[in-house]
Design a protein around this ligand. Structure first.
Ligand SMILES: *Cc1c(COP(=O)(O)O)cnc(C)c1O
Length: 369
């Protein structure tokens, strides 16, 4: 049996009629940038997240950068970022001229550990960028308390957490502002790049609205030095269709996860199953296991037709791009161990029950001899 990690073509085919007609109506409408679909999607996604404002931008990383800029975070500032995350979370901080200060994760959830924040705070620390990794939120209740106590802004990188909740509150409305990505493989994915900033603050929304469009609120009048980072009408029209199916697709992801959780046999260091943090509704962007025999397990699965991925094989502090951090590599033993052991099993709304059961049988068989 062949089990691809994620088949994006079938996600299109399920909604082909709705998506084709949405695309056609944009093409026939003759208005392709910043029109009705972007405006409606922004309203609909803000309502979905329980936030006042949503501003569509060109990508998830741009969303994070614009969010930081809107809060006047830049040169000389420090922003706390998880050591265990996709590099974009840190790049957004570097790209506005600030310094990402890395903090180790809670080894159970792999999400940034709130109890390690206070130790890295300096007079230059301005904010914490919590990342909801793999589809469950960071421990936002504790982050809120700590950030309030220490006078820091709290942001969310919610690129992997569309629809995830923390004590019943949606990702995107758990902080002072959030960035989402609509990269095709995300839980809510476009057919190209896209992203959004979510905020309850009118000033922040207005800043991002101008900054994404050359700094212009009114055509040919530029109030600030902006950039070009706009969600386009085609992607917005597609996202409006897919948003209506997001909860159903997240529910299907959790059915796959439940099969994995029921059938995989946890074995100390050899097979560690995901842990769901207190108060969290997980949306299973990824289903990650950890194993001290990861590479052999991965080869065993591959030989039997099962595609897996590693999120992420090289931690950001070990990347050539962050040479200035490499000296401190030994400071991140938990993140190092995660990158050496983590393995993402096939996951998506279209993975059949049979395929998920087959994956479990093959994983269990690896450990049985
Ligand atoms: C995908 C992702 C991003 C970047 O989103 P893009 O739209 O690809 O720029 C940022 N942070 C995390 C955690 C991501 O998974």
């Amino acid at each position: 049996m062949k089990v691809p990690f994620l088949d994006l073509k079938v996600t299109y085919l399920e909604l082909a009629d709705e998506i084709d007609s949405a695309i056609k109506s944009v093409l026939k409408g003759g208005w392709y940038i910043l029109g009705e679909n972007v405006r409606c999607f922004e309203e609909e996604f803000a309502a979905y997240c329980g936030c006042r404002y949503c501003v569509g931008v060109g990508s998830g990383m741009d969303a994070l950068e614009l969010l930081l800029k809107a809060h006047e975070i830049g040169q000389g500032d420090e922003v706390v970022v998880p050591a265990n995350t996709y590099i974009a979370s840190a790049l957004a901080v570097s790209n506005v001229g600030a310094i990402p200060v890395l903090v180790e994760p809670d080894p159970r959830t792999c999400n940034i550990d709130p109890f390690r924040i206070e130790a890295v705070i300096t007079s230059r620390t301005r904010a914490v960028m919590a990342v909801h990794l793999y589809g469950q939120t960071a421990d936002m209740k504790r982050f809120k308390e700590i950030c309030r106590k220490c006078g820091l802004k709290l942001f969310e990188d919610a690129a992997q957490a569309h629809g995830a909740m923390h004590f019943g509150v949606k990702a995107g409305s758990l902080s002072d502002g959030a960035g989402f990505s609509f990269y095709p493989g995300k839980n809510l994915g476009a057919f190209g790049d896209g992203g959004a900033v979510l905020t309850d603050e009118r000033d922040v929304a207005e800043y991002v609205r101008m900054a994404r469009n050359y700094g212009s609120g009114k055509k040919y009048y530029n109030a600030i030095k902006g950039m070009n980072s706009r969600l386009d009408e085609l992607q917005a029209a597609i996202l409006r269709v897919k948003l209506r199916h997001l909860d159903e697709w997240n529910r299907r992801r959790s059915e796959v996860a439940q099969i994995y959780l029921d059938r995989l046999e946890a074995r100390d260091e050899e097979l560690v199953l995901p842990h769901i943090g207190e108060g969290n509704t997980h949306v299973w962007h990824l289903f990650t296991v950890r194993s001290n025999r990861r590479d052999k397990l991965r080869a065993h699965l591959e030989k039997r037709g099962i595609e897996t991925l590693i999120h992420y094989p090289v931690p950001l502090y070990s990347q050539a791009a962050y040479q200035e951090m490499s000296r401190s590599r030994k400071n991140y033993p938990i993140s190092d161990s995660i990158s050496e052991r983590i393995l993402s099993l096939p996951m998506g709304p279209h993975l059949s029950k049979e395929a998920a059961e087959y994956v479990c049988a093959v994983v269990n068989s690896f450990f049985e001899h």
